[in-house]
Design a protein around this ligand. Sequence first.
Ligand code: ADP
Ligand code: ZN
Ligand code: ZN
Length: 731
Amino acid sequence: MVADILIELGIEQLDKTFTYLVPEELINTIKIGMRVLVPFGYQKLEGFVLDIKEYKKEDYDYELKNIISLVDSFSVLNEELLELGKYISEKTLCTLISAYQVMLPTALKARQKTNVGIKEKSYIVKNVKDEIILEYINNNKRGVKQNELLNNFIKNNKLDKSLYDSSVIKALEKKELIKIIKEEVYRLNNDVVIEDKHITLTEKQREVADAVIDNLNKSFTYLLHGVTGSGKTEVYIEIIKEVIKQNKQAIMLVPEISLTPQMVNRFTSVFGKRIAVLHSGLSIGEKYDEYRKILNDEVDIVIGARSAIFAPLKNIGVIIIDEEHTSSYKQDNHPRYHALDIAKKRSETHNCPLLLGSATPSLESYARAKKGVYKLLELKTRVGKSKLPIVNIIDMKDEIKRGNTTFSKDLKEKIRDRLNKNEQIILLLNRRGYSTFVTCKNCGYTHKCPNCDISLTYHKTTNTMRCHYCGYGDKKLMQCPECGSYEIKDLGTGTQKVEEELNKLYPSARIVRMDVDTTSKKGSHEKIINEFKNEKYDILLGTQMIAKGLDFPKVTLVGVINADTSLNIPDFRSGERTFELLSQVAGRAGRNDLSGEVIIQTYNPEHYSIYLTKTHDYESFYIKEMNIRKQMKYPPYYYITLIRILSKDYMKGMEASKKIKDYLEKSIDKNSIILGPTTSIMYKINNVYRFQCIIKYKKDDKLRGALTKIINHYKTNKDINVEIDNDPNKL
Ligand code: ADP
Ligand code: ZN
Ligand code: ZN
């Protein structure tokens, strides 16, 4: 017998299998999808078994080497995952080996660096019949400690070894009355208390849940557009309950678990231990354990971030993607897969529904729902007495004239009011963005590209403003063309500075800050969230990470300190991202009986992405934004593929970029649009220059072939690296 083994070969990007002989002792145990150790050159490498077949000597004109050993006793890749890998490799133009590696947790990738074993715990068990133990106890009047241990066997079959004296254990072991056994314990401690709150769905929630439940054995995609606080989680739970009743399993994706511990807690309180949790906040060992729970059929539900979509469940009954608009569902580095694509593929394989949920669906998803490609389900109101909050938009241009730079008069007063009433406050400092865009402090004017309608980026080296989509360039403005002011600059403020100001304004307020600096330690997100929930603090000040999914009943005021930073990012999605962020953070206010209020501070109060959040009007936002996308030929009207060209040598990079563009012009569909080449927004990282071309297309049968040619052409080029990103998150 021989086996074809797929090995990761570092930088060479070679994607081929190598054939090895299967030694006699492995013939009965080796299976497709297993990891094996093989000799390769002078090294020993791990690889995946992709095929096992008869050995025909005449097929090989060289001598085959033996497989050294199996890495595990089970297949890490089942048949479905093996197929899925091929799909990813085709869809994202990545190597097959990197597709397989990305699907597996670190400890199960075919790499030798991580040797994670199982964690074991020692127990004491009986080595003889009960009668003999009882007899021993009766005759052993003076051995109090020994008897104490033995007496515990009346109620328990095994005892925790760490709770007993080692001398006592030794003595009893010597008499062969007891023995020590070891059992695996999972690292992630989930001592759960099942306490289902027994929520009865509202009529509307019931309708939504039933729409899916009535079609559980069909592959179809649903989009649940439900306002914040409409009880989407309860709908998910109801559907999953039904799925489990039918002896099937569920995958539930959430954007970032460490930010939404409440969701996991809610699930464990309903479903108990039969849940695996997979996300980047876990240690390698914890992930290894959670993953094996799935392999061993010990769970019904997998909750996790992006990569949980690869969970090796055998009989999936529903896949749910919460906050489906979140950009982290698309992997930003190689292989650039989108969890939504994988979810669709698996929904087809398992013949089960895919449910996407959001208060602010991505334009792509909403457009599909409108066209009937997805089924649109809606929850338009909050549950119970809770109402959507009142949103006030404050024009900071007026405030600045009164000397209020960080906090408007209104926001200051409302914060004081809530502090007096012992209610809680969330303040968002929207820091996502680059300091390189330029805005007029007086009127809010931003210098934009006439061709692409996105903000121009300031390039210090040349003192020019550039469009990194099309390459358009302009002088840096010294004076605002709208109002004549000379106060043209960037308006960055950090969370730390705001915290200081808050402390000065409200010396007795208890403030907690949540940003990358305060949450670097494991578990710190959860700690801050819990402490805030338990009212240890009055004000939660944070970046985007506080905007999503949190449910604090006592929060009645949400303030957005600077709504504009995300609006000014030079990206065609900046309007969408801004509306989404503001709606999400506004959704944190007034989620219970207390009514909520939101204050949004901005220099662009007349921008639709901002003023439409006042009325929670997703529909109008959608129509406006779709119009722009149509005019400018952006998604969802056009698909976008980004080609990034990387080189340490500026000239060589530029040259290659031009060549790539020329080649594309000759080889792809005439209706497709090629923009660039131009330098990327981050034009130099780590001394590597970055260039890009953007392709906009509706349908292009020639594109894939052309891209594959380009990749293959540059694969062995030492000076040039080419990356392809379909449907990129950022341009
Ligand atoms: P969303 O995810 O849509 O923002 P959640 O699922 O977090 O909303 O629900 C908001 C709040 O309403 C939660 O505290 C939840 O427990 C409660 N809730 C949801 N549905 C019901 C219901 N049918 N009856 C009572 N409370 C509910
Ligand atoms: Zn101006
Ligand atoms: Zn442009």
